[in-house]
Design a protein around this ligand. Structure first.
Ligand code: SF4
Length: 324
């Protein structure tokens, strides 16, 4: 399965040679971590350099291992496109692209889409969108690829925290990739139908928005009687939203709630266990509240969900939390 990805090691080696680096850091997200040793060995075979593999978390380009960065000449983070509006010195983001062919699944999707279709994808498949657009055009369908905002490196790229590359004024959206989360985010952000074309399973399906919305509504309902909240601020470079946390505190206090700000790197159930607070509001990666909610000792809400709790936002205006 992993042979279906291109880790762009020629580019990595050329950067090491060009920079005359002696010690380099390597960061991998969980999905590629089992390839870390092979890649470190391969780099070591091709260029005289010492590789240090980060064993810490790496959830996105927002999550650079700063401690490791301090002790290496350059860092390579695999699997994520850079976030243009974040500056991280000496770090190269190596997009790991899937070599799986996408057109077989797009062929299946053809009969299920029409009109003006917004095309979106993740870092592993975003390079295929131009081909998908061409293929759709040959079948009389207009595929639209949109730039997105300053957090987005490539047209059509969606992150779990940013759906700005979903083109406006489309009739529906086609998400090319695996998993449901990004497609769900696009569906909530646009209020339009999103179809998932999964090149790996060769399956075309719709994300189950209702189930996810029901779970989030349950978390909001469990928070309605809260007397105290902890607002979580992440120290990760691309997740730190301190000003938003201050605004949420002000809002909470105006609604008579006791409020504390908790600052942490990794937001985990264990890290929150000792704090006697009724509800947590996370300004860190929006996926924490949504993906891991069942594992936390108390409800963990996104900022927009907290606005619903205190009556500053209508239930029907509930969307995914986004970072721009
Ligand atoms: S904040 Fe979360 S969703 Fe956004 S880039 Fe980071 S890990 Fe991904």
């Amino acid at each position: 399965m992993i042979d279906e990805y291109d880790f762009n090691l020629n580019h990595v080696v050329s950067v090491i040679k060009e920079k005359r680096a002696r010690v380099v850091g390597l960061q991998f997200p969980d999905g590629f971590r089992r390839e870390a040793v092979r890649i470190s060995d391969e780099i070591g075979r091709r260029v005289d350099v010492r590789c240090l593999i980060s064993a810490n978390s790496c959830f996105g380009a927002c999550d650079v291992d700063n401690r490791l960065l301090e002790s290496v000449d350059i860092m390579f983070q695999f699997g994520h496109a850079r976030i243009p509006n974040i500056t991280v010195e000496n770090t190269h983001f190596i997009e790991v692209i899937s070599l799986t062919r996408v057109l077989p699944v797009i062929k299946q999707a053809i009969g299920m889409i029409s009109g003006r279709v917004g095309l979106v994808s993740t870092a592993q498949f975003v390079h295929t969108l131009a081909d998908v657009q061409k293929y759709l055009a040959e079948h009389g369908i207009t595929g639209v690829i949109h730039d997105g905002d300053g957090r987005i490196a490539r047209p059509g790229l969606v992150l779990g925290c940013n759906f700005s590359a979903a083109a406006p004024d489309c009739d529906e959206y086609l998400y090319v990739g695996t998993g449901d989360f990004h497609a769900l985010g696009v569906a909530l952000a646009t209020k339009k139908t999103v179809l998932i074309a999964d090149p790996v399973t060769e399956e075309v399906r719709m994300p189950d928005s209702d189930r996810m919305i029901r779970k989030r509504c349950a978390a909001i309902e469990r928070s309605l009687d809260a007397q105290s909240i902890g607002v979580i601020v992440s120290t990760k470079i691309g997740q730190c939203r301190r000003e938003l946390a201050f605004d949420l505190c002000t809002m909470a206090e105006e609604h008579g709630l006791d409020t504390q700000i908790l600052v942490m790197d990794m937001v985990t159930p264990d890290a929150l266990l000792s704090f006697d607070l009724d509800v947590f509001v996370s300004t860190a990666c929006p996926r924490i509240a949504i993906d891991d909610s069942a594992t936390f000792p108390a409800p963990v809400l996104t900022p927009v969900e907290f606005e619903v709790v205190v009556g500053e936002r209508r239930w029907e205006d509930l969307v995914f939390d986004e970072i721009s």
